[in-house]
Ligand binder design. Structure first.
Ligand SMILES: NC(=O)c1ccc[n+]([C@@H]2O[C@H](COP(=O)([O-])OP(=O)(O)OC[C@H]3O[C@@H](n4cnc5c(N)ncnc54)[C@H](O)[C@@H]3O)[C@@H](O)[C@H]2O)c1
Length: 248
């Protein structure tokens, strides 16, 4: 099961899992964005808002009824944005962003874990956090708080579920070329400036996140739980005090 599978990292993960023989439940609030999977016999699509319990029930039911099992849940759907602290509607926007980015991960774990247990095999849950959950960005307080929440939720949930054979981890993307960051491509100076803060001096690609999600979900990560793996070209390795070395 992969949420946010209509675009960016979620879509890349869904395509990778399909290419490696998995049967996938692709979930997205944007039904049209799931059309890429409409004719794929290895994919069943569920349209809905992952911050709602009803969508979580529907996606788990789809996995159990269509594929007869649930081994892996990738809780990846997320959103950005929000006004300044003192703007009108700031707290309502904060509540909504926390619901989509953090409540959805708690709901996803709550709904998926019993289905994974029912399946009887060792299972894995991988959430998508962010390097923005490891520190603050200007004007991004709600997003920063939501992704910091994901990182610690994953730690706590991993402890609760470890003895049940369910590993729970996260990936933390740095700046990645997806639908979410599309607008920044129209601001070339800012786009380049963000790349310059990354030790590898570039943006990430969705397929690079998909490979990390695959790894954390796979038996290759059988003794790894409760971690957030940065997939960020070294961004989170830098203390940010000095200009980074540029390419020779
Ligand atoms: N792109 C980046 O630079 C970046 C960096 C760090 C973290 N992330 C995280 O990666 C994850 C994937 O984002 P992306 O960059 O691929 O963005 P994206 O916008 O390309 O894809 C996100 C998908 O999630 C779906 N979605 C949004 N809200 C939803 C909801 N309430 N219910 C169901 N689906 C919903 C959207 O319709 C979209 O298809 C997000 O959690 C995001 O916060 C992205």
């Amino acid at each position: 099961m992969i949420t946010g599978a209509g675009s960016g990292i979620g879509r890349a993960a869904a395509e990778l899992f399909v290419s490696r023989g998995c049967q996938v439940v692709a979930v997205d609030v944007n039904a049209e964005a799931l059309e890429w999977a409409a004719d794929n016999v290895q994919v069943i699509c569920v349209a809905g808002d992952v911050s709602a319990a009803s969508t979580n029930t529907a996606m788990v039911d789809a996995a159990l009824h269509t594929w007869g099992r649930l081994d892996i849940a990738v809780l990846n759907a997320g959103t950005v944005g929000g006004p300044g602290f003192e703007a009108d509607g700031a707290i309502e926007r904060f509540d909504r962003l926390l619901a989509v980015n953090l409540r959805s991960v708690a709901l996803g774990i709550r709904h998926c874990a019993p289905a994974i247990r029912l399946t009887g095999a060792d299972g894995a849950i991988v959430a998508t956090a962010s390097t923005s959950g490891m520190g603050g960005d200007p004007g991004n307080w709600a997003y920063n708080a939501s992704k910091a929440g994901v990182i610690n939720l994953v730690r706590a949930a991993a402890i609760d579920y470890a003895v049940q054979g369910i590993r729970i981890n996260a990936v933390a993307p740095g700046p990645t070329e997806t639908g979410m960051t599309q607008g920044l491509r129209g601001l070339p100076e800012l786009h380049r400036a963000m790349a310059r803060r990354v030790p590898m001096q570039r943006w990430g690609e969705p397929c690079e996140l998909a490979e990390a999600i695959w790894f954390l979900a796979s038996p290759a990560a059988s003794f790894i739980t409760g971690v957030t793996l940065p997939v960020d070209g070294g961004l989170s390795a830098s203390a940010g005090h000095f200009d980074l070395p540029s390419a020779p």
